[in-house]
Ligand binder design. Sequence first.
Ligand code: PEP
Length: 257
Amino acid sequence: MRHYFIVGNHKMNVSEFENSQEPELKKRLLNTFTKAVGEGHTIVLCPTFVRMEHIADVVDGTGVALGSQNCHWENSGAYTGEVSPSMLAEMGCTWVIVGHSERRRDQCETDELIGKKALAALTNGLRPIICIGESVEQRKRGKTIDVISKQIDSIHSVCGRLMLDASVIAYEPVWAIGTGISATTEQIEEAHLAIRKCCRERGILDMPILYGGSVSADNADEILSCQHVSGALVGGASLSMEYFRSIVESAIRCAHA
Ligand code: PEP
């Protein structure tokens, strides 16, 4: 049976789940979480920093893990507006997204910096979800595999093989994020196979590789059924209790297929 990772990235939003006036929907979602975790799947919710404690209370007892959308590479210091990995660990966070394309774009994060963040997360006992992926121009120029290999290389050169063993990679083509246009299963299979090969060549044997980019209740079955897909990083659809539950249910279903 396959074990999937389903990660909800709330970005700078408040999810329905946090402010729900619909106890029945909330109960159904919590039951689905408990079932998924009970069957060995990993469910991670990544709210904004200010909502972490609230989410931790809501999912208490379900086995759902708490993740952060970012962290700094130092544990303390004069870094206004930042949050450190040790602080996140203290709050009960066990996962952290690093290298999301929105941060690469808006905060000009480089592969080297992302490597430093992943290393800091690992050193503090957090598991990094390392986002990589090509832009639409890079895909059109046939550079997808070159781009993702270079991203893995840069991060690997900072963290090293043994450290990266505790990480997961999220392949997120930039053009598929928040656009409603997911990559096709052929594109996903091709990229995931290339990532798998690239990791193996660097001695990282069983790196889980998630797909992210407009995953929805409608396409989750198809995407999760792909051979090299270990789970999904879900943005927009994770804000809706109904859609997110449906994606988690897809994972439960696909694991039995
Ligand atoms: C994301 O934020 O990582 C993401 C994949 O977003 P969306 O699912 O909305 O495309």
